[in-house]
Design a protein around this ligand. Structure first.
Ligand code: ADP
Ligand code: ASP
Ligand code: MG
Length: 439
């Protein structure tokens, strides 16, 4: 048995947390490859080391003095080293980092040091070999992840190493420049390592006992999902259930390696198994609910739109031209609505609207801001009638005005648009009707 174990920021925020992680690793000798994140928050108002690094580098880039900020970061690590009683000094590493910051080595290099340094501590604490991810995880010149080269180099390197620590979140271009994944990207590194060593299991250790039916910051003490498919998880992760990065499933999915989400603070809890496919029914009609705020809808009306070939393409072209990706496009006979991310759209609003006018000559365009999208996801929905009806009635009872409802063609999800202000209320209403009332 070979397991890859990834530990998130809160699992490694202090020496006390590091000790829990050490106990977990030692409890099972198949936990051979360890992927650490940077130290996260120790308490809710605390700052993650990754954010401290971004802040420090921004100051350095402006040419201002950043010594104090770097010192605070050093203190976070020294506190862990001291608490663990290790004979380790990061002085030399910090000298290099300071020099690189002065030479403006880049934002990605700066952020990656969070995982890099935590990896050095972890390897020292466990007595495992440290492998710098910049030597084994590669990006292509266009910024995309180079899966083939990585799998080749990383696979070969790890085939000769019994136990190792490989820091999460970053890799490098072939010329050595460091690049990170997007935020939360250590989850992706764990998955890449699992694939490279053909692991039997990828354990992802965090601060909750698995994937929960809804965001615990919105629903008090939500139920845990015991088994979820990769597809369901991707839908939920993309829509804001950040417990696992939405791209983390790709490497393991191809190799059929299951992911187990576990809680570092409650290792005895079973957590959530993420699998390709399962005959295990979920306990409720739905598997989970997630959502995001901050969307805009652009509603375009034109009589007889349905018979005008190429209308939809021209509308979407106006967004494409300005580099704006669309989220959903529900349409009727004479109307078409495009949902986009508000921050992406705001700056280019007038240019996009002018282009839509020019390219499609509509009767009327209306923009509505401050919208939220909620995804209700479940493999059980395909075989259950009336799911959309139940959602509607729950939202009507809660006095939530539904702006849009769209069932994905996979019948795996239903997307609902509401005002930002109604977001939490809508999630509670949907959770209650499916999980608490179970009618
Ligand atoms: P880590 O630092 O371990 O990577 P993250 O902060 O990235 O952890 O993810 C775990 C957090 O995700 C939880 O503490 C929780 O607040 C949040 N979260 C949001 N939606 C969900 C969900 N559906 N299930 C579990 N956690 C969720
Ligand atoms: N430390 C990085 C972040 O805060 C990556 C991660 O935690 O997965 O986004
Ligand atoms: Mg995370």
């Amino acid at each position: 048995m070979k397991k890859v174990v990834k530990f998130g920021g809160s699992s490694l925020a202090s020496a006390e947390q590091f000790k829990k992680v050490g106990d977990i690793i030692h409890a099972d000798e198949s936990r051979r490859y360890v992927v650490p994140s940077a130290p996260g928050k120790r308490f809710s108002e605390d700052t993650k080391v990754t954010d401290m690094l971004y802040g420090c580098y921004e100051t350095a880039e402006k040419g201002k003095s950043f010594g104090d900020l770097l010192e605070k970061i050093k203190e976070r690590y020294n506190e862990i080293i001291k608490g663990l009683g290790l004979e380790l000094s990061l002085e030399e590493e910090f000298k290099i980092i300071e020099k690189q910051f002065k030479e403006k080595a880049g934002k990605d290099y700066a952020a990656s040091r969070g995982e890099y340094l935590n990896g050095i501590i972890m390897a020292n604490y466990l007595g495992y070999e440290f492998i710098d991810s910049a030597e084994v995880i590669f990006f292509k010149e266009d910024g995309g992840f180079d899966a083939d080269l990585t799998n080749d180099v990383l696979g070969k390197r790890l085939s000769t190493v019994e136990r190792a620590v490989i820091p999460g979140f970053y890799g490098a271009f072939q010329d050595g420049r460091v690049k990170t994944f997007s935020r939360g990207g250590s989850d992706i590194t764990g998955s890449i390592v699992a694939k490279a060593v053909s692991a039997d299991m990828y354990e992802n250790w965090t601060d909750v006992s698995g994937f929960l039916v809804a965001d615990p910051r919105i629903i008090h003490n939500p139920e845990t999902i015991t088994t979820i498919t990769y597809k369901e998880l991707r839908e939920l992760a993309y829509m804001g259930a950040t417990v696992l990065h939405e791209d983390a499933i790709f490497p393991v999915r191809k190799a059929g390696i299951p992911i187990n989400i576990k809680n570092t603070n409650k290792p005895e809890d079973e957590g959530t198994m993420i699998v390709e496919s399962t005959c295990r029914q979920s306990k409720y009609t739905i598997t989970g609910i997630a959502g995001k705020k901050g969307f805009v809808s652009i509603n375009i009306e034109k009589a007889m739109m349905n018979s005008e070939i190429g209308f939809g393409r021209r509308v979407l072209e106006a967004f494409e031209k300005h580099g704006i990706s669309f989220e959903h496009v529900p349409s009727g006979i004479d109307t078409m609505t495009v949902y986009v991310h508000q921050p992406e759209f705001e700056d280019k609003e007038q240019q996009v609207l002018a282009d839509i006018h020019r390219m499609t000559d509509p009767d009327h365009i209306e923009v509505e801001t401050d919208l939220a999208l909620i995804a209700v996801v479940g493999r059980g929905m395909r075989s259950t009638r009336g799911t959309a009806g139940r959602i509607f009635s729950a939202l009507a009872h809660a006095n939530v005005n539904v702006k849009m409802i769209d069932q994905g063609s996979s019948e795996l999800n239903i997307i609902i648009g509401v005002k930002n202000n109604d977001f939490e209320k809508a999630i509670k209403a949907i959770y209650d009707i499916f999980v608490l009332v179970q009618i």
